[in-house]
Design a protein around this ligand. Structure first.
Ligand SMILES: C[S@@+](CC[C@H](N)C(=O)[O-])C[C@H]1O[C@@H](n2cnc3c(N)ncnc32)[C@H](O)[C@@H]1O
Length: 325
């Protein structure tokens, strides 16, 4: 075990973020009653032999069981969904709410979401994001939007600037680092043009931006909500022709510790908002590693290897790949 990962593992156990911790798991993951305390989710984080940290079953898990839920540290709607989903939880807004609120920049699905967004949104509202958003739109960039939101959360005092340090970073190429410089400059100048003081944005350096982006690139999830209604089905069909099917992107702590397998035993689903639900795809034994699939598992061996190497920087060591399937 490398000293680096041992330290990260210790930090994970000590880590207490208000939005994504072991204690934030939904009680629906366990068998609770009004009188008994909910049992903790049947998982533990440990070190794997060849893939860094991973998540393991601490008890047998039955096929179909909801293992736990998780809320994001940071999330953001995709630019194509910004007027059709809640700006906080990414829940689809009813059509009536969409047209009613079309004149507004963004909307929230409930008072609760509005309240939970208040701190970062009060910061965000002080600045004019049109140039930044336009740059992302033209360049087809989605992750700088997550960095922007994280920066607003940090400035508002909601989270610490090192909140993502626990996650594994990508090894960024020099080409990527130089492209990123323009994004940092744009983000900084947008804040500078508002009345946010220099001391509040002292954390916003090129180094911070690069570190955050390197973690987001490996750990962000693309949020596609489960199709719940005929209207959803139609808009999904339209989205696949016109724009992105994903309603947004989000970064979590625990879901990011699940390693990949081309024949996974668990999956992550988003039913009606950004809250992730981790479910067992088959019966799992105590001690077995829980793995999700990062990509489309129906691709052939070569295509999977290429995407995993180019997108996530690793050569897959799962059993399916080891047998060249
Ligand atoms: C989202 S992280 C998963 C958690 C990670 N193991 C950690 O310690 O933070 C993705 C990284 O885990 C490693 N990994 C995940 N699945 C793997 C696999 N099937 N084979 C080899 N490495 C894997 C790779 O280093 C990859 O970039």
């Amino acid at each position: 075990m490398s000293r680096f990962w041992a330290l990260q593992l210790r930090k994970l156990h000590l880590h207490r973020s208000p939005v994504a911790t072991l204690s934030s798991f939904s009680t629906s993951a366990s068998h609770s009653t009004a009188t008994t305390r909910p049992s903790p989710p049947p998982i533990r984080v440990g070190l794997t032999e060849h893939a860094g940290r991973g998540v393991f079953a601490s008890r047998p898990i039955a096929a179909g069981q909801l293992i736990h839920t998780a809320q994001p540290i940071v999330s953001h709607p995709s630019l194509s969904s910004i007027h059709t989903v809640c700006y906080f939880c990414l829940r689809k807004l009813p059509s009536s709410a969409r047209s009613f609120q079309a004149s507004q920049t963004v909307s929230f699905c409930s008072e609760q979401c509005e309240q939970q967004s208040k701190k970062f949104y009060d910061v965000e509202k002080k600045a004019d994001w049109s140039r930044f958003n336009e740059y992302c739109r033209l360049q087809g960039l989605k992750y700088p939007l997550l960095v922007k939101r994280l920066a607003c959360q940090v400035i508002s005092g909601n989270v610490s600037s090192d909140v993502l340090d626990i996650l594994q970073p990508e090894i960024s190429s020099s080409d990527r680092i130089s492209k990123m410089k323009k994004e940092v400059a744009l983000l900084k100048s947008t804040f500078e043009d508002s009345d946010i003081g220099n001391e509040q944005m002292a954390f916003l350096t090129e180094e911070w931006y690069a570190g955050v982006l390197a973690r987001i690139r490996i750990n962000a999830f693309r949020i596609e909500l489960a199709v719940g209604s005929y209207e959803d089905l139609l808009s999904l069909a339209a989205a696949s022709v016109e724009a992105e099917a994903a309603v947004g992107n989000a970064v979590y702590v625990l879901p990011s510790l699940y390693n990949h397998d081309c024949d996974p035993n668990v999956n992550i689903v988003w039913i009606d908002n950004v809250d992730a639900k981790i479910k067992a795809l088959r019966d799992i034994e105590e001690g077995e590693e829980l793995r999700i699939c990062y990509i489309d598992a129906s691709m052939d061996y070569k295509a999977r290897q290429t995407i995993l190497y180019e997108g996530f920087g690793f050569r897959c060591n799962c059993q399916r790949c080891m047998s060249n399937d």
